[in-house]
Design a protein around this ligand. Structure first.
Ligand code: PGA
Length: 249
C-alpha cells in the first residue's frame, strides 16, 4: 500500500512572521494525522526557522530547489549538503515554473535529482504538459520524455512523482479525475517499464489547483497517491482540510 503524500509548495510566498503564524495554526490541526505523509516547502529564507518548528512533529521539511554541485563558485545557489544540513528531507525538482522561467532542461533536472539522491534527499519530481501540448494530443509523449530524461540513471528510492499539468497550475482549472487518472496510469506504466514491480510502491501526486473542494474526488483515482498544493496550501485551515482528504466529508 502506498501511503498518501500531501505536500505544500509555497513558491515565493510568506515572510518569517507569516510562516510562524501559519505553523502555529497548522501544526495542531494535523498533529493526529498518521496515515498521510505531510510535507511543506517554504522559501529558502525560512527553512532554518521552519526546521526548528517542525522538530518532533509529523511534518517533513522540503526545499523548493537545489543546485547539483556540492560546493564552489556558484553565486546564489544552494547545495544538496546545505539542504541536508538544515534539515530538509525532500527537494522539488522539475517544477514547470523552473522549466519555464529558469530554463531548466531535462538534463539539468536529471543532474539535480542525482545530486539530491547522492546526499540522501528524497525528490518530488514534477512533470506535466502545457495546454498547447494537450490540445495537440502530445500529453502522453511529453510525460514520457520528461520521465525518461529526468530519471535517466536514477534509482527509484525516495522518488515521488508529481503530475502537474501546466494549464492547471495557479489557474483554478483542475484536471478532471478522469484526465488525472489517465495521465497517472500512463506514468505508472512507464515507471513499470523502468523499475518493474517497484513502480507499484511509488507515489504519484497530482498538482494543479488542488483545493479542499476537489481533493476528495481526485484522491478517489486509483493511481493518484497525493497532492502537491500551491495556492490552497498558504492557509492553515485550507491546507489541513486537504491533508485530511475524505475524512471531513
Ligand atoms: P497550485 O500550484 O496549487 O497553485 O495550482 C501547484 C504547484 O505548482 O505545485
Amino acid at each position: 500500500m502506498r501511503k498518501p503524500f500531501i505536500a505544500a509548495n509555497w513558491k515565493m510566498h510568506k515572510t518569517i512572521p507569516e510562516t510562524q503564524e501559519f505553523l502555529s495554526a497548522f501544526i495542531p490541526l494535523v498533529k493526529d494525522v498518521k496515515d498521510v505523509t505531510i510535507a511543506i516547502a517554504p522559501p529558502f529564507t525560512s527553512l532554518a526557522m521552519v526546521a526548528e518548528r517542525l522538530k518532533n512533529t509529523n511534518i517533513l521539511l522540503v526545499a523548493q530547489n537545489i543546485f547539483y554541485e556540492e560546493k564552489g563558485a556558484y553565486t546564489g545557489e544552494i547545495s544538496p549538503l546545505m539542504l541536508v544540513d538544515i534539515g530538509c528531507k525532500y527537494v522539488i525538482a522539475g517544477h514547470s515554473e523552473r522549466r519555464q522561467f529558469f530554463y531548466e532542461t531535462d538534463d539539468i533536472i536529471n543532474k539535480k535529482i542525482k545530486a539530491a539522491q547522492k546526499s540522501g534527499l528524497g525528490v518530488i519530481f514534477c512533470i506535466g504538459e502545457s495546454l498547447a501540448e494537450r490540445d495537440t494530443g502530445k500529453t502522453l509523449a511529453i510525460l514520457q520524455r520528461e520521465l525518461e530524461g529526468g530519471l535517466d540513471g536514477i534509482n527509484p528510492e525516495d522518488i515521488v512523482i508529481a503530475y502537474e499539468p501546466v494549464w492547471a497550475i495557479g489557474t483554478g482549472k483542475t484536471a478532471t479525475p478522469a484526465q488525472a487518472q489517465e495521465a497517472h496510469a500512463h506514468i505508472r506504466e512507464k515507471l513499470r517499464s523502468l523499475y518493474g514491480n517497484k513502480a507499484d510502491e511509488l507515489c504519484i501526486l497530482y498538482g494543479g489547483s488542488v483545493t479542499p473542494e476537489n481533493v476528495d474526488s481526485l484522491m478517489e483515482c486509483i493511481d493518484l497517491d497525493g497532492a502537491l498544493v500551491g495556492g490552497a496550501s498558504l492557509k492553515a485551515d485550507s491546507f489541513s482540510r486537504i491533508v485530511k482528504f475524505r475524512k471531513e466529508l
